[in-house]
Ligand binder design. Structure first.
Ligand code: MD3
Ligand code: FE
Length: 203
């Protein structure tokens, strides 16, 4: 099943279900040496979502602003590599959505607890906007808010579940988006958490 949400944005419900259990187990091991951290907004407030990364670049936020870093701020060391399981999943989802040859160099891991949210924003920290973004939802469900090219554009609600993949390319790559406040819930593999993987070509 494949649903177009906007020009270039393709929702693949359950695409990652075959790998979902292995992904959750892999991430739990990743979090032992690389615990997700609350990044700071440029205004000096901590984000509610906690993040970690894998790949040649990881997304970081600080009082200096947002961007990609080759090193993990808490350790000063390079991020661990993106495993083949995740690289292959991202490549195959992009291909299914019509984007051949996607090789991400960054995997942002967003960890949401009930009560957490992500306000409407655009992703503008990457170098090449012709590259799509692949997102993988794991754990408890979330309501994704998908707006348009302008902040004032009305946002549609997309219920994202464990195993769903969305590929964001074309015009949608620049659209405003966010995550509504996460409701209390439990998932057999992830507990009371939503984990979102965002695969990007950052450089
Ligand atoms: C649509 N994360 O990390 S992933 C982010 O669920 C972010 O954690 C959300 O937005 C999350 O920046 C949404 C889906 C997503 C990612 C990037 C996009 C949707 C997008 C870029 C453009 C348009
Ligand atoms: Fe985003």
């Amino acid at each position: 099943e494949q649903m177009t949400l906007a020009a270039g944005a393709v929702w693949l419900p359950g695409f990652a279900l075959p790998q979902a259990e292995a992904l959750c187990a892999y991430l739990q091991q990743h979090f032992v040496p690389h615990p997700p951290q609350q990044m700071m907004t440029p205004m000096g407030y901590p984000m509610s979502v906690r993040t970690s990364s894998m790949g040649d670049r990881g997304w970081v936020g600080s009082a200096q602003g947002y961007g990609y870093s080759a090193v993990e701020p808490s350790s000063g060391r390079p991020w661990p590599p993106i495993p083949p399981l995740i690289l292959t999943l991202a490549h195959d989802a992009a291909l299914k959505a019509g984007y051949a040859g996607f090789v991400p160099d960054s995997c942002l891991i967003n960890v949401y607890a009930p009560g957490n949210k992500m306000g409407l924003h655009q992703d503008k920290d990457e170098q090449d906007f012709s590259q799509p973004i692949v997102s993988v939802s794991l754990g408890i469900p979330a309501t994704f808010l998908f707006g348009g090219a302008r902040r004032s554009d009305k946002a549609v609600k997309v219920p994202l579940q464990h195993g769903d993949v969305v590929v964001w390319g074309g015009a949608s790559r620049r659209f405003y988006h966010g995550i509504a406040t996460i409701a209390a819930n439990q998932h057999p593999q992830a507990g009371a958490q939503r984990i979102n993987l965002t695969l990007r070509k950052a450089t």
